[in-house]
Design a binder for this molecule. Structure first.
Ligand code: NI
Length: 192
């Protein structure tokens, strides 16, 4: 078990496009994923991209252990009750594309930008394709919060952090203040 140091906003590794993983089933990739899982769980995040642990490779992990209750910030994420949990997923060399035009705005946070949050517009329905740790090609669709997490993590692989996606910068701020002054008003108002 190893908990890795997380790169924070401003570090160049977060700004560049990550490199493709040549051999997804290589032992060093499995070992990187183990350490990333330890790091994600230790920090209480729902997702982590390899560049966030200073490894510029096309690899992300995520899970949604408790759906709605995982973090106050995600309460506006448009979760359906039946979306529930998303198991731990490891995506190597992922490719995503939107399905339809629908977008939703919800607050996001990022382990590379501690204690802050902002409202980000994301596609509500996407298609994804990636290689897993056994080297198999996996394809599927995701909606709602699941789709949001994938888009956030895959943005990291392009050197994009969520503040760059915020349309209304007045929604960007410290989580504590946003919870107190913005989210306190109406639980669903950011949902479209
Ligand atoms: Ni992030």
């Amino acid at each position: 078990m190893a908990i890795l140091k997380i790169a924070r906003l401003g570090h160049p590794v977060l700004k560049r496009r990550a490199e493709e993983v040549d051999n997804p089933s290589a032992p060093e990739i499995a070992s990187l994923v183990e350490d990333m899982v330890d790091t994600m769980i230790d920090s209480g995040g729902v997702g982590l991209a390899a560049p966030q642990v200073h490894v510029s490779k096309q690899l992300v992990i995520f899970h949604v252990p408790l759906a709605r209750t995982v973090d106050e910030r995600y309460k506006d994420a448009g979760l359906d009750e039946d979306e529930g949990k998303v198991p731990l997923t490891v995506m190597i060399n992922p490719v995503i594309e939107p399905l339809g035009e629908d977008k939703a705005v919800a607050f996001e946070g990022c382990l590379s930008i501690p204690d802050m949050t902002g409202a980000v517009s994301r596609h509500t329905h996407i298609r994804y394709r990636y290689t897993d740790l056994e080297g198999r090609l996996v394809e599927g669709e995701a909606k709602g919060f699941h789709a949001r997490v994938i888009q956030h993590e895959c943005d990291h692989l392009e050197g994009v952090l969520y503040p760059q996606r915020i349309e209304d910068m007045t929604t960007f701020g410290f989580s504590e203040e946003i919870r107190k002054y913005a989210l306190g008003r109406d639980d669903t108002e950011e949902d479209e």
